[in-house]
Design a protein around this ligand. Sequence first.
Ligand code: GLC
Length: 557
Amino acid sequence: MTEVVAEVVSTDAADWWRQAVVYQIYPRSFADANGDGLGDVQGIISRADYLAALGVDAVWLSPFYPSALADGGYDVDDYRDVDPRLGSLDDFDAMVEALHARGIKVVVDIVPNHTSNRHEWFQEALAAGRGSAARDRYIFREGTGPDGSEPPADWTSMFGGSAWERVADGQWYLHLFAPEQPDLNWANREVRDDFLKTLRFWSDRGVDGFRVDVAHALTKDLSDPLPSTADLLALPRGTGNHPIWDRDEVHEIYAEWREVFNSYDPPRTAVAEAWVETHRVPLYASPTSLGQAFNFDLVQADFDAAQFRRIIDANLELAAKSGSSSTWVLSNHDVVRHATRYGLPPAEHGPDSRPITEPGRAWLLTGGVEPVLDRDRGERRARAASMLLLALPGSAYLYQGEELGLQEVADIPAADRQDPTFFRSPGVSVGRDGCRVPLPWTEAGESHGFGAAAPHLPQPAWFAQWSVEAEEGDPASTLHLYRRALELRHRLQSGEHLDWLETGRDDVLAFRRPDGWVNVTNFGSTPTELPDGEILLASEDFEGRTLPGETTAWLRS
Ligand code: GLC
């Protein structure tokens, strides 16, 4: 297969994000330079050449701020500092410099819905007592029942258990996530101003963009009487006036953020993590709001041509509505890795074709011991799906380790688990630790080259096979496939649309991008003939022009 020679597509500096490949780093599990078992900022610097060789346009760092890690760092003690176990602000600056020197942009995670309970504001709120200005930065309420010992409402947190926690003087505070993550009151001007300051703080340090955590939850209508869970569930979503989720006025906040973003040259970018009704996504992706929004549809889909086609069409249409570009995700730090999902039986689907169970979770609950996982098949399908994803118009968000075809770790002992979901929903969810196990860099040695000490989550022995070192030495490895795919994508990409090509088969998808770049993905098990054109790259080796099952090929016609 020969490589195409073409002009590198030059993108306007302000538009760099529209078709970028963004690589998500979960810093505590990426690379540990100081040997304490936790990944750190110097670890990222030490792997800057690896990222450059991979060919990514940007990295997105999950939280690296000071945190007690009650929720993997999404419980932030201080938004304008680096966790001392991960480094210092000087290290951060050096990292930005090292990445920028290699042409890689830096996106950081902003967690505005909640602080940690160790944040100085929350400590002040506890000390200041009821009715104080300090408590007004959060959502404090009196309890119910004769002595106020019942929570203000029967709401369940996202990680299980009550969404309300009582403090020593008897008041309760709201936490949609863990009790260590008290929700902020975004009606409070001081809260708004402080986040504007945080955005400027990181933008001034050279950060290029922000990933906005739970972007659809900031504003809430908590007027009395509070609705019950049954009331909340009965309310329609997607109307803009649900008491908790996706309220229209959240965009007033983002309009202020937008002013900050646009005061920089090039403007800082943002991408919303907003789990909202499909028709609401363009509000977040609008250029007057955050500018781009995640689409998690492929995360919830099986390896299935019809599902992929429906999702691709729907999201390209949504992107066109907002004027943004689409985003594509197969894996991240919250879901079962796609190389494993695709090796499992398909999820059960409801009448609206959405999966009833989160793909892969049921298998995880058994500790991954049921003999249903076919790892080879999972990786083969993952390679095919990743190539398809990389051929789509828009931004591709990759999660660390997927370039290795890395699999989920299902059998982490209970004593080693960290995710609050595991502790707060006994027997219901094992949580998300299985995709957060530190990366294997070498085949042998302490923590497979992650660092010089035992890693904070244990790595299984089979990680050796998926290590960077093992894959470097194997030209057929997933790592080499990603490198070649990213390099080709840079050369071939132009325009932001695709045209579907007729394949005569329901289980084969083919489309053409501008300038003759063609992607053909065979989701089925029987081979298919490729259309005309020079074969540039394929997710598996094959002879001639017959594309095997569960394989993607790129052509130039
Ligand atoms: C987002 C993050 C997730 C975190 C939650 C609460 O969904 O992706 O990891 O637990 O927000 O901050």
